[in-house]
Design a protein around this ligand. Structure first.
Ligand code: DGT
Ligand code: CA
Ligand code: CA
Length: 575
């Protein structure tokens, strides 16, 4: 899929435009909006163009004539002329540099103009040589911030966000299925386990024509180069910037291969020990008894059954106690997509969303939601155009009007993503809070507080009785921003005592709470809300990443409040 590549180019054009002329805000915004749309849509942009041309592209939210033209140009020629020209003028690797927290296009340009910094490596060298601290407007403090940003970026190096990888993997799987050489195609590895970042994609295929299959794989559009080509395994480097292992297998051992390659490695190691204890040998080829006869292999489930264990979904397989649970036959039924009835976190053009209340509501209907919580930002988030009490009144009037118009197709809930201030109070007055169906509280400012102070801040908000849900509780951005410092035991205990719900934010770079923290919160008997935090219509699709994360935290339907029908949900909020 070209989506990611084109989105990256549009972002870079926006960065360079911004440098060129501060007044071209509309153009800059157009490129950024187009990038966001392309990057977050789950369909292949090339497919849309091939089916419906420029016209189909322009029907997409945020894509205009210019950007549609660029997309066509890139699909046809692999280049965008305007971009190439700009790149000559600004030979700077913006797309990696912009991933460093605390660095914008202007500061990046100054580093280039004055120190010759054009990528992450040269920035590191400049910092090491003590050059950055001496640059006017930078200083020691910014040097530290940049250094920290680089470390964070490097710690995630070589891994991509699940939300970027899964659509790519699915596009490959579709092609393999349509090749005519595959009987069955399955995703394995960390992507199948819905891990928040993925090192490489693993795909398993049953084919009676392995040579033709291998040939097909090496010729796929998405494959930039072939790293390894053997009779049973082909490894390709994808244009999306990630490696992909495709293994061709026989039917009789496919289940064993699934079990092995879904992983995780830690889960497999423990499973093999159990097999040995029971007098078996387990490998990716099957489960064998002492005399080497295969006792299971075609289906994954058989292997677990023969080992006296209950089957479990891939998301649980991390050796976090699931094997012991399975031996006791105490694996819970995990929450599923079809259990989710609505979404309690979304944004519109009232603040930093990209679409109107009505179009977000329509998109939520399309996603199959029965209710949608409207949660634009409150006033302290001024960078997003946060709403004061007066603007919130207008917001609620429009929500009511749209709600009336849409009738029983969807229930729109009045809320706001309300800032939790330094002292734990909310930044909206009580009168406004009372107008809400529920209150979604979030920490956005003063993120550098120490653990004690930060914990006190959040706990005092939870204990105030004014908040129902805590949005993205740790505030981390995967690979870009560390979580805020919290004593989660204290937070979870307070949430339990006060009936406050923890959010699982499904946005691909948030996934907050993460799997480990969910497991911990679950011990406290907390309730969760799996929300998308949608900023445009295509973002509702992100719900699957939140569900994947919830499953990795072993959550059941009854742990998740947005599995409840509207009336029951309202009872929870009206304590
Ligand atoms: P990744 O790619 O780093 O995001 O993580 P995975 O889990 O996809 O790991 P990968 O691609 O290296 O291998 C795919 C699966 O193959 C892994 O989840 C379990 C299995 N596997 C790989 N290496 C070993 C190993 O040394 N021992 C065992 N038991 N299983 C392994
Ligand atoms: Ca992998
Ligand atoms: Ca692999």
């Amino acid at each position: 899929m070209l989506n990611k590549k084109i989105a990256e180019i549009f972002r870079e054009i926006a960065d360079m435009l911004e440098l060129e002329d501060e007044k071209r805000v509309f153009e800059v915004r157009a490129y950024r909006n187009a990038a966001l749309t392309i990057e977050t849509m789950q369909e292949d942009i090339e497919g849309i163009y091939r089916k419906g041309g420029i016209k189909a592209l322009m029907e997409l939210q945020g894509i205009g004539k210019t950007t549609a033209g660029h997309i066509e140009e890139y699909i046809k020629s692999g280049k965008i002329k305007k971009y190439e020209e700009y790149k000559k003028k600004y030979p700077i690797d913006f797309s990696s540099l912009m991933r460093i927290q605390g660095l914008g296009p202007k500061r990046a340009y100054r580093l280039y103009a004055e120190l010759g910094v054009n990528d992450v490596a040269s920035l590191k060298a400049a910092i090491a040589a003590g050059k950055v601290r001496n640059l006017s407007g930078f200083g020691k403090r910014s040097e530290e911030v940049l250094q920290k940003g680089i470390s964070l970026l490097e710690s995630s190096k070589g891994r991509m966000l699940l939300g970027d990888v899964l659509p790519e993997a699915e596009a490959i799987i579709r092609q393999l299925k349509n090749s005519g050489y595959a009987e069955r195609v399955e995703l394995a590895g960390s992507a199948r386990r819905m891990k928040e970042t993925v090192g490489d994609i693993d795909i398993l295929v049953i084919s009676s024509k392995p040579d033709k299959m291998a040939n097909f794989i090496s010729k796929m559009e998405d494959a930039e180069s072939v790293t390894l080509s053997g009779p049973t395994k082909t490894t390709v480097w994808l244009r999306a910037g990630i490696s992909c292992d495709i293994r061709v297998l026989e039917r009789k051992s496919f289940g064993a291969a699934m079990q092995y390659f879904i992983g995780s490695k830690e889960h497999n190691v423990k499973l093999r020990q159990i097999a040995i204890k029971k007098g078996y040998k387990l490998s990716e080829y099957g489960l064998f008894d002492r005399r080497g006869r295969s006792v299971a292999g075609e289906e994954e489930k058989e292997i677990y059954e023969k080992l006296g264990m209950q089957y479990m979904e891939p998301e649980m397989r991390e050796d976090r106690g699931e094997i012991e649970q399975a031996l006791k036959h105490e694996i819970p039924r995990l929450v599923q997509r079809e259990d989710i009835r609505g979404d309690l976190h979304s944004h519109t053009i009232y603040t930093d969303g990209h679409e109107s209340i009505e179009s977000m509501a329509m998109a939520a209907i399309t996603e199959g939601f029965e209710y949608l919580g409207m949660t634009d930002h409150s006033k302290s988030e001024y960078v997003t155009g946060g709403m004061d009490e007066r603007k919130i009144d207008a917001y609620y009037r429009e929500i009511e009007a749209v709600g009336k118009k849409l009738g029983d197709r969807i229930m729109l809930l009045k809320s706001a993503e309300t800032d939790i201030l330094k002292d734990g109070s909310l930044d909206l007055d009580d009168k406004t809070l009372e107008k809400m169906d529920y209150v979604l509280g979030a920490i956005h400012s003063n993120l550098n507080m120490g653990e004690q102070e930060m914990t006190k801040r959040l706990v005092s908000c939870i204990e105030s009785g004014k908040v129902n849900i805590i949005a993205h509780p740790t505030g981390r951005l995967i690979g870009r921003r560390e979580p805020i410092k919290l004593n989660l035991d204290k937070v979870f205990q307070a949430a339990k005592d006060n009936g406050v719900v923890m959010e699982i934010d499904s946005f691909p770079d948030r996934l907050d709470l993460n799997d480990e923290n969910i497991l911990k919160a679950r011990e406290y008997g907390l309730k969760f809300s799996i929300d998308t935090d949608s900023h445009s219509a295509s973002n509702f699709k992100f719900i699957r990443y939140g569900i994947g994360t919830a499953k990795r935290g072993w959550l059941r339907k009854e742990d998740v409040i947005n599995t409840l029908p509207y009336e029951k949900l309202m009872k929870i909020f009206r304590r």
